[in-house]
Design a protein around this ligand. Structure first.
Ligand code: SF4
Length: 332
């Protein structure tokens, strides 16, 4: 699918689409023997393409190990992509080294799952939020930091507290304040609410949504839970074994899924209404190893609708309906 995965849209040259990912691939070679020969490759990400508009949230979902976090880490330049292109605004950041990437860090921030490990336990909360401003030579006076605290629902007097004095939800608010400090245009949220209680998840999602409306921030929201992604996303991309198999506006994806894997994920989402029943087709088997992905369609070993062609020919990832992309022979 990697060749066919490019969206047929023009390259990004404007601030309206702050992030464009084109045919992104990340393979991890495995070396063995005295000559350290490459004997295999882990296909973590294979030909992933999408764009992200200003003020838009794109949800990236899939089972664990499908490569969604690797996509986020490639964009953040925490791992080096094998091939493909990542554009932030007008700039190609695909292979920038740490120094060259520094000016772009202001525009590209991250929120990870475990706020406890991403906060320096020896710094006071106010210093943590001020740190990126100080690093980039921007004003970091106490009044400004206090306003950031208030904006994310923390009290200004908490600036003098240490991270261990905050609850899990408050720590995630602290991370959000830190991510906001430099006024980025894109934030990668990698399982940002997965570790929180359900009621706190809703509060943090509401906060992220309000901040997006105010500031036009674009979120790449990576999560395994489709119900959470549904609440915050405008569009949703579904990943399976290193590839995007379907991408569409949220409503289109939920009402008219075009890929059997998406249908199976949707069927697994609980409905809080005993009157409503749903097809409960369960997909069998385990996700195949990314070391040796199946030939043809990567989903063929688990797909209840697979037929001969699926085992020999990879389906093209194409626009089946306006703005609705999918990779399945059944849409031909
Ligand atoms: Fe299933 Fe075949 Fe479609 Fe793949 S191409 S999702 S195996 S029907």
């Amino acid at each position: 699918m990697s060749e066919a995965a490019t969206l047929d849209r023009p390259a990004a040259t404007d601030a309206a689409r702050p992030l464009v990912v084109d045919n992104l691939t990340k393979h991890y070679p495995i070396h063995r023997g005295i000559l350290n020969r490459e004997v295999a490759r882990v296909h973590a990400v294979d030909g992933v393409s999408f764009d992200l508009g200003a003020g838009e949230t794109l949800g990236l979902v899939g089972e664990s190990g499908c490569g969604k976090s690797t996509v986020g880490r490639c964009i953040l330049r925490l791992v080096e992509p094998t091939s493909g292109t990542i554009r932030l605004g007008d700039d190609d950041i695909t292979h920038l080294d740490r120094g060259a990437m520094r000016p772009h860090r202001q525009d590209l921030q991250a929120i990870f799952q475990d706020p406890y490990s991403s906060l320096n336990q020896r710094m006071r909360a106010g210093e943590i939020v001020a740190e990126p401003l100080v690093n980039f030579g921007q004003p970091a006076d106490r009044a400004h930091i206090a306003s950031l605290f208030e904006r994310v629902g923390l009290r200004p007097e908490q600036m003098d507290h240490y991270p261990h004095e905050f609850s899990g939800g408050q720590r995630q608010r602290l991370v959000i304040a830190k991510a906001l400090a430099l006024e980025p245009s894109v934030i990668v949220c990698d399982e940002a609410v997965s570790a929180l209680d359900v009621s706190v998840q809703a509060q943090v999602i509401n906060l992220l949504t309000e901040l997006q409306r105010e500031r036009g921030i674009a979120y790449l929201f990576i999560a395994h839970d489709l119900a959470v992604v549904e609440h915050i996303s405008h569009r949703i991309a579904v990943m399976y074994l290193g590839q995007i198999v379907e991408l569409a506006e949220k409503r289109a994806l939920f009402e008219d899924p075009l890929h059997p894997y998406t249908r199976a994920l949707l069927n697994a989402v609980p409905i809080p209404d005993p009157e409503v029943t749903r097809d409960r087709t369960i997909i069998g088997g385990d996700v195949p190893s990314p070391l040796n992905p199946p030939k043809g369609c990567r989903f063929n070993t688990r797909c209840p609708l697979a037929f001969d062609r699926c085992r020999s020919e990879a389906p093209a990832y194409r626009e089946v309906k306006p703005g609705h992309y999918a990779a399945c022979h059944l849409n031909d």
